[in-house]
Ligand binder design. Structure first.
Ligand code: KMH
Ligand code: ZN
Length: 277
């Protein structure tokens, strides 16, 4: 299969931990709201949802019941792959960050390094990462390394070579977070350089360069791209997205304009080698 025949796994990150309803009033908070958004996103072309949960008042949460409820409601409505964040919010302990694993999603993110995150510190030590990997592996959950700078990629490759991260590597490269790598063509090449052949790589970009970074990655052969309110609440400069599904539909149009197509959910399961549930 040539790179342009490879389908693009379109992931939606509907909620995140930092964005608020002051940024976009359509932000889903409750498990029911998240499940409704995710279902619409699946219909619009998303094959994976990356989940954080919130309390009813919108504050970021690590309560396992909320992850369980969101995943239960999503699975009642759609076969979309579920992924939980273990990045959580910057102030959460690693214990709080791993509670979503107990909801037995298809996939989980794992951070492979530490960084500044805006004005905060976002810390994941190697033992923290190993703890996430160990529990995910015990539960049969697939892993995606979430990497915000080149050192995180180098560390993921080191963990892969040591057998600490399962092969093949699933990599999500994140661009434009203040404190992480910038959103430029050179940054994309720098993040790709350490990755071994056979890595399934996707990108996430935040801020005003999001769409052009996605376009660049789609043309560079990315196996996936991510959109959603976690990464950006605007459809265009000055135009708020009315829903996550609108962002997914927009990304789908971009993928198709560039001569590729979004992966089906079955294809995403195969590409991300997640056990069929
Ligand atoms: N909220 C950020 C501190 C992830 O989900 O893996 C971490 C984050 C990344 O959102
Ligand atoms: Zn996240």
């Amino acid at each position: 299969m040539t790179w342009d025949e490879l389908p693009v796994v379109l992931t939606v990150a509907p909620t995140g931990a930092e964005v608020t309803r002051a940024d976009n009033p359509a932000l889903p908070h409750t498990p029911g709201e998240i499940a409704a958004e995710v279902t619409e996103c699946a219909e619009a072309g998303a094959s994976v949802c990356h989940l954080h949960v919130r309390e009813d008042d919108g504050s970021p949460s690590s309560r396992p019941e909320l992850f369980e409820k969101a995943i239960e409601l999503i699975r009642e409505r759609s076969p979309i792959m579920t992924m939980v964040s273990t990045g959580g919010a910057v102030w959460m302990s690693i214990e709080e960050r791993i509670t979503g694993l107990e909801a037995r999603p298809d996939l989980a993110g794992v951070e492979t390094g530490s960084m500044n995150f805006g004005e905060d510190l976002f810390v994941t030590s190697p033992p923290d990462a190993r703890r996430v990997i160990q529990r995910a592996t015990e539960l049969g959950i697939g892993l995606e390394a979430e990497m915000f700078d080149v050192g995180h990629v180098v560390q993921a490759v080191r963990m892969l070579e040591r057998g600490e991260l399962p092969a093949p590597l699933r990599a999500n490269l994140v661009f434009g977070v203040p404190g992480g790598i910038d959103a430029t063509p050179e940054a994309l090449e720098a993040m790709l350089r350490p990755l071994p052949a056979g890595t399934h790589w996707s990108i996430t970009a935040v801020g005003r360069h999001q769409r052009r970074m996605l376009a660049l990655a789609i043309l560079r052969g990315a196996g996936g791209v991510r959109v959603g309110f976690e990464d950006g609440v605007y459809l265009r400069r000055g135009v708020l997205a009315s829903s996550n599904a609108e962002l997914v539909a927009d990304a789908r149009t971009l993928i198709e304009m560039l001569g590729r197509r979004p992966a089906t959910i079955d294809e995403a399961r195969e590409l991300l080698a997640s056990p069929v549930r």
